[in-house]
Design a protein around this ligand. Structure first.
Ligand SMILES: [Zn+2]
Length: 153
């Protein structure tokens, strides 16, 4: 049996499970840029989506679409256009399971997006200041699996 497909928001107030994936995409439209606070919206159709802890708050970004997000931590979670609901790729416990296969709405694509993978890379811990900062980080992010109790007592 395949691993269950689960995901949720950063703080853990909202968790979900689904049975399978439809098409995974990145959407370049200006609404997805705003809603994700990013360069594009990464989404995948979540078949049989159920909420296993809490539920997202919905913002009707247009007369056609509702966008779900965690009211506690702000994580973008869903895109509901009236058909099968899509979930944000980054909210999956394992985003590697749903690699994007198509780009949508290229008319709003930001000019620098195609060059992102060619940018130089640095590790946050490569400087003494960065290493000290990273060593002191205590994550409050929900782990990438379901939990019986969250946050831990
Ligand atoms: Zn949250």
């Amino acid at each position: 049996m395949a691993e269950p497909i689960t995901g949720g928001c950063q703080c853990g107030a909202v968790r979900y499970r689904c049975d399978g994936f439809g098409r995974a995409s990145i959407c370049h439209c200006r609404m997805c840029q705003k809603a994700f606070g990013s360069f594009f919206g990464p989404l995948v159709t979540a078949k049989g989506l159920v909420w296993t802890r809490g539920e997202p708050k919905i913002f009707a970004s247009s007369n056609k679409v509702g966008r779900g997000f965690c009211a506690e931590c702000g994580t973008p979670l869903t895109y509901d256009w009236g058909g099968e609901v899509e979930v944000s790729l980054g909210s999956l416990d394992d985003p590697e399971r749903a690699p994007p296969v198509v780009q949508v709405n290229p008319h709003d694509k930001l000019s620098f997006v195609d060059g992102l993978s060619a940018l130089p890379t640095v590790n946050s811990a490569d400087t003494p200041e960065g290493a000290a900062f990273m060593a002191g980080v205590e994550s409050r992010q929900h782990p990438d699996h379901d939990t019986d109790v969250w946050p831990p007592a």
